[in-house]
Design a binder for this molecule. Structure first.
Ligand code: ADP
Ligand code: ADP
Length: 245
């Protein structure tokens, strides 16, 4: 069943006389539970596409549908409600974390904003914000003792785990991972990929996994699209590459 459908999306930037066609005629779909990989070199339009999906910016034209409902027509509280189904994990975990707050408060922010959302994995948690944060930390492999720490007191990998805990807290239908391992030490990249993979099968979320690293994309994805200069230039199933025959 199709979760997300993107139809003929365009986004152009005009800056001091230059025109950049950042996203051009992009169409794609993501099914429930699917992980779609998006590869392309720096500047190919991947992050712009992610921002359009997250409704951080509007496209110039095109359609974005969630479960068949058009997102671009939504405003106000209807848009706010729809947006909770799309969460993001950025390349830099600090982009998701308030440096002045202990990490448990950053983790709880999305749930605080949507008090009526109760994800099934929190069903056995006594409704108390701290217990909820402990459960979320546990789901990303961090001990409860980390909850009072501040981001600067954690390693890069731990910070990204916290950002992931925040990203899954509302049990989004789609988790957009924009270069989630690119800022991390090579030694922890595989651990974060493993965590994302485990969470996907546990929570049955769909992913859009964005990376310039074809190996990571292949490990994570069912299907892969390749972007170049704003356009989708190739599409294939993950098994089609690097298979023995
Ligand atoms: P990524 O890490 O996905 O490549 P970046 O945020 O580094 O994304 O930006 C990619 C490119 O987009 C860079 O060349 C950057 O200069 C350009 N860019 C991003 N935001 C802006 C902006 N507000 N104005 C001009 N250029 C921008
Ligand atoms: P990627 O994520 O693949 O690195 P981006 O989506 O960041 O690519 O950038 C695509 C193109 O759009 C680049 O040429 C970049 O410089 C440009 N761009 C991105 N954001 C902006 C912006 N806010 N203002 C102007 N140009 C931008």
């Amino acid at each position: 069943k199709e979760l997300l459908t993107v139809n003929r999306l365009y986004k152009t930037y005009r800056e001091s006389g230059t025109i950049v066609e950042a996203v051009q005629d992009v169409s794609l779909s993501i099914c429930e539970g699917e992980c779609l990989g998006l590869v392309g070199e720096s500047g190919s339009g991947k992050s712009t596409l992610a921002r359009l999906l997250l409704a951080i910016e509007p496209p110039d034209s095109g359609e974005i549908q969630l479960n068949g409902e058009s997102l671009l027509a939504l405003k106000g509280s209807a848009l706010r409600k729809a947006r909770r189904h799309f969460q993001v994990v950025f390349q830099d975990p600090n982009a998701s974390l308030n440096q002045r707050l202990p990490v448990w408060q950053s983790i709880m922010e999305p749930l605080d904003n949507f008090p009526d959302v109760k994800p099934p994995f929190l069903a056995d948690v006594r409704y108390c914000r701290r217990d909820t944060a402990v459960k979320l930390l546990e789901m990303v492999g961090l001990q409860a003792g980390h909850m009072e720490r501040y981001p600067h007191e954690l390693s890069g990998g731990q910070r990204q785990r916290v950002a992931i805990a925040r990203g899954i807290s509302l049990m989004p239908k789609l988790l957009i991972c924009d270069e989630p391992t690119s800022s991390l030490d090579v030694s922890v990249q595989a651990q974060i990929l493993q965590l994302l993979k485990n969470l996907q099968s546990e929570l049955r979320m769909s992913y859009l996994f964005i990376s310039h690293d074809i190996v990571a994309v292949r490990i994570m994805s069912d299907n892969i699209i390749v972007m170049k200069e704003g356009c989708i230039v190739d599409r294939f199933a993950s098994q089609e590459i690097m298979s023995p025959n």
